[in-house]
Design a protein around this ligand. Structure first.
Ligand code: FAD
Length: 413
């Protein structure tokens, strides 16, 4: 089979790959997008049915393409996000091939550029942009052995409450996925045990404005990666049920049992760390600091925004926080299912070019690697806080497209 040549190969047909495609087209740069599944595949197959986009409709947009909506303050379903991505691909006339997986990426021998082995052909490219997503390989800690009497699933494979066997549910991990699935299951009448770790919860709305408005007004969404600090976590928020502030104490009053982090497991019994109070205090401190910052902004700019003292009220500590469990016997607690909301790692094992560090993470500056022509896009904190957000990826895409266009002709192709 003859080898196909393209100027720029984009791997991944999610928001990042599509935004870059648009930016390259605008700059007259020839390119091809390869997507192993369908456009926006992860929104189709790796999200649960009840998930709502965490950003209000008014704030959802891709470059030159706002999200169509009837209610600016509502939160989109995953299906609506898929429709939006499909409509965007049509709008930008993206040169995309779906159902094609890039299985290996190598340097061209004796010439600049790259060779991509794919599931149906070999492609040579002067530039390659890896846009395969910030959440790639589900992490499941090796704590509980596979056991037919216990249903275990990662959050990326959880779909809906009825998928789970009857009984109580243990959710390990209190990031956005763990907290949101826990709330969904409590509302479905399940008893939920939620293992809570360190988190940065923020208000959904404050003084009449949504968090996303505040992040922009305070310039926080533009925080450069250099100023990120050691905490890599993104804000803990939800768009479900009309969007509200996540408050673990309130969850407990609705019937959820909060636990510390799972430290170890032996024969169906979990050892729990004595850190639940610390984790909640960390989340509360992040929340209060945000309100302080917002109040200071209002005062500094003399804004006419009603005060909201109720936002600072803290519900009383629930019994599970006053006397936290240190051990949990799954069988005795009636737990029939465990949901691992324990995050994701990257999987760049198919990249055979020396741009990965010892842990397999790409080494780059704002997505530009030391390997001329090889780029990454869409990763968490690629250049700034909103780099991996739908409405934030456009800036990085424009910057990389400028870099690619600027290099055009500088390398053989
Ligand atoms: C539960 C959950 C909720 C989220 N909610 C929000 C939210 O409300 N707002 C928000 O902005 N972000 C949210 N995110 C983050 C969101 O997933 C990302 O912002 C978004 O999907 C990233 O887009 P992307 O294009 O960078 O990557 P992806 O959407 O992951 O797209 C990458 C694409 O690459 C394809 N691919 C991977 N490997 C290959 C290969 N080797 N060859 C060919 N194709 C390949 C995949 O099939 C996929 O379609 C959420 C994430 C999760 C897990």
């Amino acid at each position: 089979m003859p080898i196909e040549h393209v100027e720029t190969l984009i791997v991944g047909g999610g928001q990042a790959g599509l935004a870059l495609s648009h930016m390259l087209s605008q700059r007259g740069c020839q390119h091809l997008v390869l997507e192993r599944g369908r456009i926006g595949e992860r929104w189709r197959t790796e999200r649960w049915d009840g998930l709502r986009f965490q950003f209000p409709n008014w704030s959802v947009q891709l470059p030159d393409f706002p999200f169509p909506h009837a209610d600016p303050d509502a939160f989109a379903t995953s299906a609506e996000i898929v429709d939006f991505l499909n409509a965007y691909a049509d709008f930008i006339a993206a040169p995309i091939r779906c159902g094609v997986t890039v299985t290996a990426l190598l340097r061209r021998e004796g010439a600049s550029g790259f060779v991509a082995e794919t599931s149906n052909a070999t492609i040579e490219a002067a530039n390659v942009v890896v846009a395969t997503g910030p959440y790639q390989r589900p992490i499941i800690p090796a704590l509980l052995p596979e056991d037919a009497s216990l249903f275990q699933v990662h959050a990326s494979r959880y779909r809906e409450p009825d998928q789970l066997p009857p009984g109580a549910v243990l959710i390990v991990g209190s990031g956005a996925s763990g907290a949101q699935i826990a709330e969904e299951l409590v509302r479905a009448g399940r008893h939920v045990y939620l293992s809570v770790g360190r988190h940065r919860r923020l208000p959904r709305r404050y003084r009449g404005r949504d968090l996303i408005w505040w992040l922009s007004a305070l310039g926080l969404d533009q925080t450069p990666v250099e100023n990120r600090g050691p905490d890599k976590s993104l804000p803990l928020i939800t768009g479900a049920y009309g969007g509200h502030t996540i408050d673990f104490r309130r969850f407990a009053t609705q019937g959820m049992t909060l636990l510390g982090r799972v430290e170890a497991a032996r024969e169906g019994t979990l050892d729990l760390a004595p850190d639940l109070a610390d984790s909640l205090a960390f989340g509360d401190a992040a929340y209060a600091a945000f309100l302080d910052r917002a109040d200071a902004h209002v005062a500094r700019h003399g804004l006419d925004m009603p005060e909201e003292p109720g936002a600072r009220s803290v519900p009383p500590d629930p019994p599970c926080l006053v006397e936290p469990l240190r051990r949990l016997e799954l069988h005795a607690a009636g737990i029939g299912a465990v949901i691992w909301a324990t995050g994701y790692s990257c999987d760049f094992s198919w990249i055979d070019v020396p741009v990965l560090d010892a842990s397999g993470e790409p080494v780059h500056r704002g997505g530009i690697t030391d390997e001329p022509g090889l780029y990454f896009l869409g990763l968490q904190w690629l250049s700034k806080m909103n780099s991996s957000f739908l409405a934030g990826v456009g800036d990085d895409a424009a910057r990389l497209a400028d870099h690619i266009a600027g290099q055009k002709g500088g390398r053989g192709r």
